[in-house]
Each structure stands twice: as C-alpha cells, then as structure tokens.
Unconditional design. Structure first.
Length: 197
C-alpha cells in the first residue's frame, strides 16, 4: 500500500495510545518527504532556514539531504554512516569527529520511526493527546540534557507518520523540521542510501 500525504490532515485516531502508535508505525516500510528546517538562535533576528529531502527505509536506512542554502548529504545504510559536503569540486566525504554523534542521533530517529519509544533508554516519552497528538521526549541521561531540553514529535493525521519535529535546547535555541509531500511505503533502492547523486 502506498500513501501520499499532501497536505497533512489531522485527526490522528491511530495515535490514541502507545500500542496503537507502535502498531501503526510498524506498518511503515519507507518514507520520502520534503523538509524545511528552521534553526532559531537567540542572537539572530530571523531563523536560519534550510530545505531538502528525507528518505527512510525500515529498519534503519536513512538519507538526510540538505539542498539549500548549503548542500550536504548524510547516508545511513546498515551499520555504515557517511556524510558528504559540497565544495567547488563537488561532494567530498567528511571524516570529522561529529560523525559518531550523528550516527547516534540517526539511530534515535530510526528507532522512533519504527515506533520504539519505550525501548530507547536515552529519552523518556510522554504522549500528549490533542489535535494533533504529540510525543514529547525528555532526555533521561545527564549528558543529553546538556544539549537537549526536549524533543516534540507532532503526529500526522495519516497513520504512522510524523509531520513535525521540534528540538528545544537548554539555552533557548530551537530547531523545527516541518515535513511535507510525505509518501509512505514507496519502493526505495539501496542506491538511495549508498550514493550521493
């Protein structure tokens, strides 16, 4: 079954309790979407806005591709993680020390997309019913609490999908990622998660 979400309609009856969320998300085998990311910093009058594409294939393959204003691509395929940055010579593989931290974050995202909120000991999940319903994740570890105050996932009206992610940092900065043109359960090839085009 292929589902296209455009636009997102609320009334997420699938998200009434943890079991219904886990059940719905376990039916999602792939996701592709366009995203707009807004990074709000206290020292800036306006947010930093980035746009790109996102791909996910169960159980843990991810492609996070920023297309503007700066190009870079993060690929997760099996246990391999690679980051590529754009320069005058095209895409170059980044071997920086942040790659391990990025891998951990991507594992968290894959876990959430699989509906495994309680299997993850790094965050304490809380379900907030509403229209739309939300999942609030509070860091359970002190080292995470230094960087993240909370993460809020806004659930879509379409079963199994997340439409918005908000990350609030302790000093007041925040990152909001808004997903649109979401397609569920469309076939995605290995090359999507292995190669930078």
């Amino acid at each position: 079954m292929v589902v296209m979400i455009m636009p997102v309609l609320y009334g997420a009856g699938w998200a009434q309790n943890w079991e219904s969320i886990r059940q719905a998300m376990s039916q999602i085998h792939s996701i592709s979407a366009i995203f707009t990311q807004k990074k709000n910093l206290r020292i800036l009058a306006r947010p930093l806005v980035s746009k790109g594409r996102f791909y996910y294939r169960a159980p843990g393959d991810l492609r996070w591709e920023y297309q503007s204003p700066i190009k870079n691509v993060l690929l997760v395929h099996g246990d391999k993680v690679a980051m590529y940055v754009w320069n005058k010579d095209g895409f170059t593989k980044d071997q920086g020390p942040q790659l391990e931290a990025t891998r951990i974050v991507m594992e968290q995202i894959a876990s959430w997309l699989n509906g495994n909120f309680h299997d993850n000991r790094a965050f304490i999940p809380k379900l907030e019913p509403g229209n739309p319903p939300k999942i609030v994740l509070i860091p359970a570890k002190d080292y995470l609490a230094k960087f993240i105050k909370r993460i809020t996932l806004t659930l879509s009206g379409t079963s199994g999908a997340i439409s918005l992610i908000e990350i609030l940092e302790p000093q007041g900065s925040s990152t909001v990622i808004d997903f649109s043109h979401i397609a569920l359960n469309t076939p995605l090839s290995d090359t999507t998660f292995e190669k930078v085009k």
